[in-house]
Design a protein around this ligand. Structure first.
Ligand code: KG4
Ligand code: ZN
Length: 340
């Protein structure tokens, strides 16, 4: 350990993953994520069960992160935690833990906005030292949010557009539920879609002005479509699952990329990033590369472990705030609707 090293403990608990990470000078030493199987049988996250599971997981998760990083508690210079947005009961567990850890060790406390964390994950040190240049546009697509963000600096971000109803991840998960697939359905739709024909079935692409999105109509259209088809053929879903997944996924991606291209042209942006759980989608990643070539973008795709919720992204955001000495006091409270 070097005297000038900066070691941050990151804590993430906004939804249904309890995560702790150790970051040294912007480089990840450990990033532990404890998922919660308890929600699977309900087809979605049950907030009360999520906060209870966070309470059970938080101490062993932090302990594992510290051990795996090969450091000891006394080496940590600051604690960064997700203050919001997210589920209040879940956020309170991480926030309370971070506050007591900081108090107990007498080290600074840094609050992080979860959505900024998703975006700043692009600045976690990588072997190629390949990072987006400001200003860039990040399309953040997760289970709770769908945003086009103009990123002017680490903490100077402007939301150009967002979903007016369901998030892109919800569009995946809700369709998966209708198709009888377990939660979260996004990765399964991704998997089936790889072998399906995206042009087989047509679903409507929403036409919302500016850079906003709407996905609730799409979910209704797949519901009615499947009700109609299964009335004629009860085996319709099983016989066409791959094509349904490919066609439905194609519609979501078309909606997203149409707005992304429009925004980059309007704002004359050439560095384009994606973030959030849905950015793990293989077709989305492939299309970003493809469209990026056509549009002359430099594209930034996060490694898989930094797409879905993880504390590494909270630790890197915390690191940049630490450098600016942006600390918060013990009076800080979780905020389910935190804005940036
Ligand atoms: O960022 P995240 O882990 O949590 C939130 O902050 O919401 O995102 C979770 C979302 C879920 O809706 C999940 O279905 C979706 O990301 N997701 C995917 C894929 N992997 C995760 N959606 C499509 N394709 C994937 N491969
Ligand atoms: Zn997230």
């Amino acid at each position: 350990m070097n005297g000038s090293d900066i070691i941050i403990l990151g804590i993430e608990s906004s939804c249904d993953d309890t995560s702790a990470a150790i970051l040294k000078n912007g480089e990840i030493l450990s990033n532990i994520v404890a998922g919660q199987k308890v929600h699977e049988k309900f087809g979605g996250v049950v907030p009360e069960l999520a906060s209870r599971a966070h309470q059970q997981n938080i101490i062993p998760t932090v302990d594992t992160a510290i051990r795996e990083a090969g450091i000891s508690k006394k080496d940590i210079h600051a604690v960064a935690f997700t203050r919001g947005p997210g589920l209040l009961g879940s956020l309170i567990v991480g926030t309370s833990f971070a506050k007591s850890f900081a108090l107990g060790r007498n080290i600074p406390l840094v609050e992080v906005n979860h959505m900024q964390g998703h975006i700043l994950a692009h600045f976690i040190k990588n072997a190629d030292a390949n990072y987006p240049h400001f200003p860039f546009i990040c399309m953040t697509v997760s289970g709770g949010h769908t945003q086009l963000v103009l990123v002017k600096d680490y903490f100077d971000m402007e939301i150009l557009g967002q979903t007016l109803d369901d998030a892109a991840g919800e569009a995946f998960d809700k369709a998966a539920k209708i198709l009888g697939l377990p939660y979260p359905g996004g990765p399964l739709i991704d998997q089936y879609a790889r072998e399906g024909n995206p042009a087989k079935f047509q679903f409507p692409v929403s036409n919302i002005p500016d850079y906003n999105f709407s996905f609730s109509g799409l979910k209704t259209s797949i519901l009615y479509f499947l009700q109609k088809e299964t009335a004629k053929n009860p085996n319709f879903i099983a016989e066409n699952l791959k094509d349904i997944c490919a066609s439905y996924q194609h519609t979501i991606l078309k909606t997203l990329f149409r707005k992304l291209v429009k925004a980059t042209r309007e704002y004359k942006i050439s560095d384009v990033a994606i973030a959030g759980g849905v950015s793990a989608n293989s077709q989305l990643r492939a299309e970003l590369e493809q469209i990026g070539k056509e549009e002359n973008w430099r594209t930034f795709i996060p490694p898989f472990q930094y797409t879905t919720d993880n504390a590494g992204m909270i630790a890197i955001a915390g690191y940049y705030k630490f450098l600016k000495k942006e600390f918060v006091g013990q009076d800080v409270a979780a905020d389910a609707r935190l804005k940036f």
